[in-house]
Design a protein around this ligand. Structure first.
Ligand code: KG4
Length: 337
């Protein structure tokens, strides 16, 4: 039997998971509330919180799985991209534990982990992952990419954001409106009660499959500034319509390029991954496109959209099967390599 312990610490979630033969036994995540008061993740505070959380989180994951650390076959960990101070906590913990147990280490690219979340298998749950090749829209706080996934270990980025990520744009607009952090879930909730056609914001016009969200962010900011001049309580009076219109603009931008990629590659199996894939407007758009254009769509469970160690574990499991281990001296990396 193959037992993998996986560790994820790239941003502000400390997470550990245990898998047996590719089946998830436990997935424990400690989120960090400390950042809410600052309206964004404070890297220094994030690394300190990881340091406090890592031992109890790993301990819980092993206990819930009913697995002793001596049974482990390998340790998989997020090597990057992410915040360097946060990554170092998970990377060094994984190295120390693997050394002490004398077992292999497996490094996982965080973004590939998000894509492979579609292959997380749970006891007694239906399992219908996308067949290769498929397209994956990866949308999170740090990335917006269209990826052609040819195999577990063969992914090609067709397009990506040239400035802000979709989640980052949502979070920044939410901050401008004085809503809490992270803005994504708040905008999602408000948007359900608003009119998506109430306001128009700028959409980018850039070639190929690349995205851009900085123009939208500026357009949102300037529009709001004008409206607030006439009505100081404009946000309070119209927050549902603002959220719905912002969400619609972002979803339209994302889906337009994705549809282009489907048309030009002829690949109709389309998945979505990353924190923003929790968004109800985006999920509805996927179902709508499936009906209208004959796509087969793959939408992850809510718990596997945001950062989690289960996705690192399944990526690690596939690498273990291919004997793809990493050197003990491998450093963490903050940016894509
Ligand atoms: O993947 P993730 O947890 O972290 C990384 O960026 O790696 O994604 C976090 C992003 C944040 O920008 C957050 O606001 C956004 O995902 N998000 C959402 C929703 N839930 C989380 N955006 C829109 N609607 C949501 N329901």
């Amino acid at each position: 039997m193959i037992y993998i312990l996986a560790i994820e610490s790239s941003c502000d979630d400390t997470s550990a998971a245990v898998l047996r033969d590719g089946v998830l036994l436990s997935n424990v995540t400690a989120s960090q509330a400390v950042h809410e008061q600052y309206g964004g993740v404070v890297p220094e505070l994030a690394s300190r919180a990881h340091e406090q959380n890592i031992v109890p989180v790993v301990d819980q994951a092993l206990k819930r799985a009913g697995v002793e650390k001596e049974q482990l076959s390998a340790i998989a960990f997020t090597r990057g991209p992410g915040l360097m101070g946060s990554l170092l906590v998970g990377v060094n913990f994984a190295k120390g534990l693997a050394l002490s147990l004398g077992i292999p280490l497996i490094d996982v690219n965080h973004l590939q982990g998000h894509v492979l979340a579609h292959f997380i298998r749970e006891e007694g749950e239906p399992y219908s992952p996308p067949p290769f090749p498929f397209l994956c829209l990866l949308v999170s706080g740090g990335n917006s990419q269209i990826i052609r996934v040819n195999a577990y270990n063969d992914m090609q980025i067709l397009g990506q954001t040239i400035d802000d990520a979709a989640g980052e744009a949502i979070d920044k607009c939410s901050k401008v409106m004085g809503l809490g952090y992270p803005g994504g879930p708040i905008i999602d909730r408000l948007a359900r009660q608003g009119n998506p056609d109430a306001y128009q914001f700028a959409k980018p016009n850039i070639p190929g499959y690349d995205y851009s969200f900085s123009g939208l962010k500026t357009s949102f900011l300037y529009s709001l500034r004008d409206w607030l001049k006439d009505d100081p309580d404009f946000i309070e009076h119209h927050k549902e319509d603002l959220a719905a219109s912002l969400e619609k603009t972002i979803v339209d931008i994302l889906m337009k390029k994705l549809r282009m990629a489907v048309k030009e590659t002829g690949i109709t199996h389309v998945a979505v991954a990353g924190g923003v894939s929790a968004n109800n407007g985006l999920r509805n758009a996927f179902h709508d496109y499936a009906r209208r254009y004959g796509w087969t769509v793959y939408i992850p469970k809510f718990s596997y959209t945001t950062d989690n160690a289960a996705m690192i574990g399944i990526a690690g499991h596939f690498k273990y099967q291919d004997h793809e281990y990493c050197d003990i001296n491998s450093p963490a990396f903050a940016r894509m390599q």
